[in-house]
Design a binder for this molecule. Structure first.
Ligand code: GLU
Length: 365
């Protein structure tokens, strides 16, 4: 079995594992997953959960016999979400943090930055972020629509290196194993091409290989950003034992570029800088020699007009030495430049974090 290593993973758990009978939450399949999460965190790895199941968990509580209306489904989600969260929370000794998102949140720049900061802060405080779609407020057109794609977006915003999709099937086959007993298992996909989409029931075919279509979409989004995706059977406890031993069960989708180069290229080439931060000697040394984040204290002047989350050049003397995403806008930075980070809240009345540009969001040029 091949080696499988990671440092920050989004683990997506589907409704079939949360509420196997489609009516209420069960911990039947969650225990091995929770044990794997606990063991991984103990090794210093970081985990974000994307958990489905709010609608399925609420169904039994509301008990509609007919096909539910949108409002009824939203009511189920409202009730089920609390059960789903409680079901996870009782398996852990650390805190869980609930994050409910919709498609809009990933497209709106300010909200995107907020999600990213919240995730970072939860991880820093050793909490387990648990993400789901905010099913009570959105109708279909405004939804991401499925938690596989939601998990891919979460992996992107969280700058994870890995997405693990826990499903009720072993991974990808060359035919539907439920209908075709000679279907061959595919342990590794190096490129997500037309053929792979076809296997998963993409355009042109009507049969899905065990609900694979959205999983392949998610794997493709991740691969393009240098994130590996693993699809495993979350019903099998031995899968999580193998994962804990850094072995690879399931189907692994290899990223098309390595994460650093994908991110570096994105920061370096795709993003246009909206302003410039001029820094002092100390900050220049910290950035270059220590791989540190840029603190407001090291900034001597702020040029241009930019909002929180936008890209800025970082200049030392006459040279642009780095580029990064700034947590503060130009007017806020003008007030906190040269100041110690513990003063930020007093000066601005709030704090978006103690650094101006986080190391994860910075490339040296
Ligand atoms: N957000 C939905 C729920 O919690 C699940 C969507 C999905 O399973 O893809 O019920």
């Amino acid at each position: 079995m091949s080696q499988f290593t990671w440092q920050r993973a989004v683990i997506k758990v589907g409704s079939a594992l949360i509420a196997p009978d489609g009516k209420a939450c069960s911990s039947q399949f969650l225990l091995p997953i929770a044990q794997f999460i606990v063991a991984s965190r103990a090794q210093g790895k970081e985990v974000i959960l994307v958990s489905s199941g709010s609608v399925a968990a609420g169904r039994g509580k509301i008990g509609y016999k007919h096909y539910p209306s949108i409002a009824e489904k939203q009511a189920m989600a409202a009730i089920g979400q609390t059960h789903m969260m409680a079901n996870w929370a009782r398996l852990f000794d650390f805190d869980c943090g609930q994050i409910l998102l919709t498609s809009d949140d990933f497209h709106n720049r300010t909200r995107y930055v907020n999600i990213k900061n919240t995730l970072r802060e939860l991880l820093r405080n050793n909490a387990l972020p648990i993400v789901n779609e905010n099913d009570t407020v959105v109708i279909n057109e405004l939804k991401v629509g499925d938690n596989d794609n939601l998990a891919a977006y979460t992996a992107l915003v969280a700058q994870a290196d890995t997405l693990i999709i826990c499903s009720d099937i072993d991974g990808l086959y060359d035919a539907d194993p439920r209908q075709n007993p000679s279907a061959k298992f595919i342990p590794r996909v190096d490129e997500i091409d037309h053929k792979i989409h076809q296997l998963a029931g993409g355009a042109g075919t009507s049969v899905g290989t065990g609900g694979m279509r959205t999983k392949i979409q998610a794997a493709e989004k991740c691969a393009k950003s240098g994130i590996q995706t693993l699809i495993v059977n979350g019903r099998k406890p031995e899968v999580f034992e193998q994962l804990a031993l850094s072995k690879q069960p399931g189907t692994l989708f290899i990223p098309s570029k390595n994460r650093d180069s994908a991110r570096t290229q994105w920061l370096r080439h795709t993003l246009r800088s909206k302003g410039t931060l001029v820094i002092d000697d100390g900050a220049q040394k910290a950035l270059i020699n220590k791989g540190a984040s840029l603190l407001p204290s090291g900034i001597t002047s702020v040029l241009g007009s930019f909002k929180p989350g936008e890209a800025v050049d970082i200049r030392y003397k006459d040279q642009i030495i780095a580029k990064g995403l700034c947590l503060y806008g130009n007017s806020e930075l003008a007030q906190i430049k040269g100041q110690r980070s513990d003063k930020i809240e007093t000066i601005l009345g709030y704090s978006s974090g103690e650094v101006a540009v986080h190391r994860d969001d910075l490339v040296l040029l």
